[in-house]
Write a protein that binds this ligand. Structure first.
Ligand SMILES: Cc1cc2nc3c(=O)[nH]c(=O)nc-3n(C[C@H](O)[C@H](O)[C@H](O)COP(=O)(O)OP(=O)(O)OC[C@H]3O[C@@H](n4cnc5c(N)ncnc54)[C@H](O)[C@@H]3O)c2cc1C
Length: 433
């Protein structure tokens, strides 16, 4: 009889997992439950989305499913480096050896969904939108939902339940009632707002395409912008959650003044309509997650942000979420599709790597201005030395972490001295503020 798999969450990790399981053959029946409406049919919400970059890790995970890499690349742009803008208008480029692809998080989820529903009909796949997971009964292997439109509650049985429901996972919440499950949830000190500009150039400014554009103030408030395939430009403004002027901007004039004073290029590119929208756009906080395991019993698993949400500083959250799926698929191969073996093995195999990733995402970027300058210099020097003496010097952390040939624990081992130095410095700085 087919194994009944329930996936909670139609984000990148949940939908990619459905692809991988259904590809394994007729013995998998998949139902995805998503609390939001179908993103393919509702108008695109700018409040809840932001651009992300995928490196080789994420792209290789897509490549294993026929047509997915092409579908995602069709809605992406190549990024070959980061341009750091200074307040005086000077810029410096940190080039990449291997390009990233950049795209919108919601458009990635839509592309994965469209490709999935083209391949499989409702005899093996059902996707239920507007259904929020509220509770899990691990002993009975039952999961409870509420339809967010009708408010009707209902219960579903499963053989395998996968929580791919993001950093605020309801499935993980149910784990908390179980002995020996430990989970540390921590907000990063900064919050962010998305930003959308109609174009990356006007008569005053011309932002180079194919690059991440970055600005940073001494108080760590920063802007990251990337071009989109329709030639618009979008990104995020990140700022310390406590005591920051971005939160208190209350009308379009104040927003424009703030950007002209602090990020002049962004101010020049921002029309009044975007300044008005910026005022009302949600301030989002980033929750990071460290758990001591990712499975419960013989039939429940956490993947993606639900298992290991990280700060976006290294641009690895989604890459790691997609890589989880590849690893679970390999484990199913090695264990002849035994779900009980596979969920436990996933925890064992993935634990060191995701913990290394959380550590690096928390501490790769220093808060102190002096160490930040050292960080940028180190990136440059690493690049030159690696080009001259590839056998003796590693490329920069950003390059090394992007390659799926290096596990996250190996990367942490290569850069452990830098991470320890930043950790020490950041702790001192946060203790003194
Ligand atoms: C500002 C920012 C920039 C980022 N940049 C990058 C980047 O450059 N590169 C990168 O790799 N990563 C980046 N990330 C991280 C990346 O967005 C996440 O790691 C990725 O989206 C995780 O995918 P996921 O499928 O695990 O979870 P999510 O994308 O969070 O999807 C979870 C899904 O579950 C649904 N859900 C939640 N609760 C329930 C429930 N109770 N019942 C049913 N459904 C539920 C949600 O609605 C959602 O659709 C960034 C994140 C942020 C915030």
């Amino acid at each position: 009889m087919a194994k009944k798999v329930i996936i909670i969450g139609a984000g990148p990790s949940g939908v990619l997992l459905a692809h991988y399981l259904l590809r394994r053959g007729e013995n998998y029946q998949v139902d995805i439950y998503e609390r939001r409406s179908d993103p393919r049919v509702i108008p695109f919400s700018k409040s809840r989305t932001f651009p992300i970059t995928l490196s080789q890790r994420g792209i290789k995970a897509l490549r294993k499913i026929e047509g997915l890499e092409e579908a995602v690349k069709a809605i992406s742009l190549e990024v070959t480096g980061t341009i750091i803008h200074q307040k005086n208008g000077k810029t410096s480029l940190i080039a990449r050896q291997k390009p990233l692809v950049s795209l919108d998080r919601t458009r990635l989820a839509i592309a994965l969904l469209e490709n999935l529903t083209q391949k499989y009909d409702d005899s093996r796949l059902n996707i239920h939108f507007n259904c929020e997971c509220t509770q899990v009964d691990f002993a009975e292997k039952q999961v409870k939902f509420q339809n967010t439109e009708t408010k009707v509650d209902f219960t579903v049985d499963y053989d395998l339940l996968v929580g791919a429901d993001g950093a605020r996972s309801a499935v993980r919440e149910s784990f908390l009632s179980i002995e020996n499950f430990e989970c540390q949830q921590k907000y990063v000190p900064s919050a962010y707002k998305s930003i959308f500009l109609p174009s990356g150039n006007n008569s005053e400014i011309n932002l180079q395409p194919g690059k991440i554009h970055s600005w940073r103030l001494d108080d760590t408030t920063s802007v990251l912008l990337l071009y989109q395939p329709d030639e618009t430009i979008s990104g995020v403004v990140t700022f310390p959650y406590k005591q920051n002027q971005v939160v208190s901007l209350s009308n379009a004039q104040e927003v424009l003044k703030f950007f002209h004073q602090n990020f002049p290029e962004v101010g020049y590119l921002m029309p009044t309509s975007e300044a008005e929208a910026f005022v009302t756009r949600t301030v989002s906080r980033i929750l990071t997650i460290r758990c001591n395991r990712f499975h419960q019993g013989d039939s429940t698993l956490l993947i993606g942000d639900a298992a290991h949400a990280v700060s976006p500083s290294l641009g690895q959250g989604c890459n790691a979420a997609l890589e989880d799926v590849v690893i679970f698929d390999q484990i199913l191969d090695e264990n002849s599709d035994s779900l009980a073996e596979a969920v436990e093995q996933f925890s064992v195999r993935r634990f060191p790597d995701v913990h290394a990733l959380v550590e690096m995402s928390d501490y790769a970027f220093p808060l102190s201005k002096r160490l930040f300058i050292e960080f940028v210099l180190r990136q440059r020097i690493a690049k030159v030395l690696h080009r001259l003496f590839p056998k003796h010097f590693l490329p920069s952390l950003f390059e090394v972490i992007s390659e799926d040939t290096n596990s996250y624990s190996q990367v942490l081992n290569y850069y452990k001295d830098w991470i320890a130095k930043v950790k020490e410095s950041n702790k001192k700085l946060t203790a003194s503020t």
